[in-house]
Design a protein around this ligand. Structure first.
Ligand code: OOG
Ligand code: NI
Length: 268
């Protein structure tokens, strides 16, 4: 029975589409005629490392569904920690969860974040819909800007709350494309901007994972004092290579992930 898992991913997908309409067009460009041609390699979620909403609280929702904790990753410059989760069912998408190391930032950022998290109801974090429940706080535009000056991740999370930050097309499963370079070219020919931080393709066959991503769409966020269009969510593409035992590599690459995070930066 995968009903609960399918339901969770369906809710996450529907919420993601509302602020990432370009995902439908990506499916049209890469798939044949049906959305079912696209296989999701993984999703990513973001949070703050404060007790009430820390990574482990989000992970609990996946452990309940039979996922297990796998790799861990550290991002010194961005001040993030992440883990990935896998399921014994190889058709289950992998899950990448990161958390901002709030105590490593300025007292101003810490004060804003602790105010936001203070507005979260602890029981809401345990609720079935938490992972796709969006924002649990009010925030004004100046506070958003203040966070943005120190951490793009903090600002994005403060604006968007709990949701899938991206879904990921498994390039291995595409019928009409066999390389991530060809995927990027097709998307660019349709006017998509590809995240070029660290190069358009991150990772190599030797590292067993190649990744690329679109730059995030933009969507309106209702701040307490005004409504502003800011970067929302993006789409990622991943091609995995077999390990020496013949099975596909299932982990992530910290150096590549470090650049994928930048897909939500506003680039003008
Ligand atoms: C996660 C970035 C890392 C990957 O596949 O390496 C990642 C994020 O932007 O929240 O998804
Ligand atoms: Ni990813």
């Amino acid at each position: 029975m995968h009903a609960d898992r399918d339901t969770l991913f369906r809710h996450l997908w529907n919420q993601y589409l509302k602020v990432t309409p370009s995902a439908q067009e990506v499916h049209r460009i890469l798939g044949d005629t049906q959305d079912s041609d696209i296989v999701n390699d993984h999703i990513a979620l973001r949070t703050f490392n404060l007790e009430k909403v820390k990574l482990a609280k989000l992970a609990e929702h996946f452990l309940t569904l039979g996922y297990r904790q796998c790799g861990e990753y550290r991002f010194e410059a961005k001040k993030l920690y992440a883990r990935h989760y896998e399921h014994d069912d190889p058709t289950a998408p992998k899950v990448f969860i990161s958390e901002l190391l709030v105590e490593e930032f300025s007292p101003e950022l810490q004060a804003i974040v602790s105010n936001l998290v203070g507005q979260v109801n602890a029981s809401a974090v345990l609720a079935e819909d938490f992972l796709y429940s969006g924002r649990h706080w009010q925030i004004d535009y100046a506070s958003y800007q203040r966070l943005l000056a120190e951490s793009e991740y903090a600002a994005w999370l403060a604006a968007w709350g709990y949701r899938a930050n991206h879904f990921t097309v498994s390039v291995n499963h595409l019928l009409r494309f066999d390389s991530i370079y060809a995927v990027n070219e097709a998307l660019k020919a349709h006017g998509f901007a590809i995240n070029s931080a660290g190069g358009e393709v991150k990772g190599t066959p030797e590292e067993l994972l190649e990744q690329s991503s679109t730059l995030a769409d933009k969507a309106e966020v209702v701040f307490s004092d005004r409504t502003v269009s800011i970067p929302s969510c993006f789409y990622e593409f991943a091609r995995r290579y077999p390990k020496s035992d013949g099975d596909l590599y299932t982990g992530f690459i910290a150096a590549s992930a470090d650049k994928i995070f930048e897909s939500t930066h506003a680039m003008m």
